[in-house]
Write a protein that binds this ligand. Structure first.
Ligand SMILES: [Zn+2]
Length: 311
C-alpha cells in the first residue's frame, strides 16, 4: 500500500515536472518568438537606416560629381571662353562671306579706335557698354604709362579695361613714329609691332596679330610691300579702313565729324576709323551707333579671320 502511494506520488511529481517543463518550453518559446520579433524589427530599422544612408551617400556622390563637373568648367574656363569666341567669330566670318557673295542683305560695321589708350577712352568704353557694342582698339605704347590727357592717371590700366570688356585688342605699333623712323625700314616697322604685341600681352594676357599701319598702309611708301611680306611671314594680318569721321586730322566741329561719318558709310561691310582721344567723335558716337543700327548694320569687334583683315 505504501509502495502504491509512493508510486502515485512519483507519477504526480513526474506529471508536475513534465507540466513545468512544458510550461517552461511554452514560456521560453513565447519569449523567443517575442525576442525574434524584436530582432526582426530591429533588423528592419537597421535595414531602413542603411537604405537611407545609402541614399544619402548616393546624393553626396551626385553632389561630388556636380562639383567635379563645375570644377572642370572653372579649370577650363579659358578654353571655354576661347571656344565660344572662336564660334562667335566663325559665325561672323560666315555672315561676311554671304554678304560679299550677295547671298545676304545684312550689313556689318566694325568700329575701330586708333592711337589709344587715352584717359578719354574710359568715356568711350562707357558709351560702348551702354549700347552693348564691342569694338576694336588699335593701341600704341609709347608714353602710355601716363595718360597724355590726364597726367595723374596711368593709361596702361586701360589696356586691361578694354580687353576684359571683350573688345578686340589690336596693334598700331609701339612708337607710332611716322616721322621718327617707323617707316625707315621693314625691320624697324616689325620691331615696333613686336614691341607693342609684347606690351598688350603683358597688360592683358591677350596676344593679338591684327595690325594697322600708322597713317594707313599707303604711308609705308616704298616699303609697303616689303612690310606686308614681313607681316605675313610673322603671322600678322593688317587692316586699313573703309569709313572715317576724319578725326585723325583737324576737325572743326562735331557736325563736321558727323558729316564725314555719314558720307563715308556706303558699303555693306564697313571698317570705321576713329580715334579715342577725340571729343567730337565721342560726342557723336551714340548717334553713330544708332545710325548704323537703324540702317541695318550689326556691330562686331574685328578678328584675324575676317575678310577685312588682309593676310
Ligand atoms: Zn594712328
Amino acid at each position: 500500500m505504501a509502495k502504491k502511494k509512493q508510486r502515485s506520488k512519483r507519477i504526480t511529481f513526474l506529471i508536475y515536472l513534465l507540466s513545468i517543463i512544458i510550461v517552461c518550453i511554452i514560456v521560453f518559446n513565447i519569449i523567443l518568438s517575442l525576442k525574434a520579433e524584436n530582432i526582426a524589427n530591429e533588423i528592419n530599422i537597421i535595414h531602413n537606416e542603411y537604405a537611407e544612408l545609402e541614399k544619402e551617400l548616393e546624393n553626396k556622390n551626385n553632389d561630388l560629381t556636380e562639383i567635379d563637373e563645375q570644377t572642370k568648367i572653372i579649370i577650363n574656363i579659358d578654353d571655354n571662353i576661347a571656344e565660344i569666341k572662336k564660334e562667335y567669330f566663325s559665325n561672323i566670318k560666315t555672315l561676311e562671306d554671304k554678304i560679299l557673295a550677295s547671298e545676304s542683305d545684312k550689313k556689318i560695321a566694325y568700329l575701330t579706335f586708333d592711337d589709344g589708350p587715352y584717359y578719354l577712352s574710359y568715356k568711350y568704353l562707357e558709351v560702348l557698354d551702354k549700347y552693348d557694342v564691342l569694338a576694336t582698339f588699335f593701341t600704341i605704347g609709347n608714353n602710355k604709362e601716363v595718360c597724355y590727357d590726364n597726367k595723374s592717371a596711368n593709361c596702361y590700366l586701360l589696356y586691361n579695361e578694354e580687353a576684359k570688356r571683350g573688345h578686340t585688342m589690336a596693334n598700331h605699333t609701339f612708337s607710332h613714329g611716322i616721322f621718327r623712323g617707323l617707316y625707315s625700314s621693314p625691320t624697324n616697322f616689325i620691331e615696333q609691332v613686336k614691341k607693342q604685341e609684347e606690351l598688350i600681352r603683358n597688360q592683358t594676357g591677350v596676344t593679338t596679330n591684327i595690325v594697322r599701319f600708322p597713317g594707313g598702309s599707303a604711308t609705308a611708301g616704298k616699303y609697303k610691300n616689303a612690310i606686308i611680306e614681313l607681316l605675313r611671314a610673322n603671322g600678322y594680318g593688317w587692316v586699313d579702313w573703309t569709313a572715317a569721321t576724319g578725326d585723325g586730322g583737324s576737325l572743326a566741329s562735331a557736325d563736321q565729324a558727323w558729316n564725314n561719318f555719314v558720307n563715308s558709310i556706303d558699303s555693306n561691310i564697313e571698317v570705321i576709323l576713329m580715334h579715342d582721344y577725340n571729343h567730337y567723335t565721342l560726342e557723336i558716337l551714340p548717334k553713330e551707333i544708332e545710325y548704323l543700327k537703324e540702317n541695318g548694320y550689326s556691330l562686331f569687334p574685328l578678328f584675324y579671320e575676317s575678310n577685312m583683315v588682309n593676310k
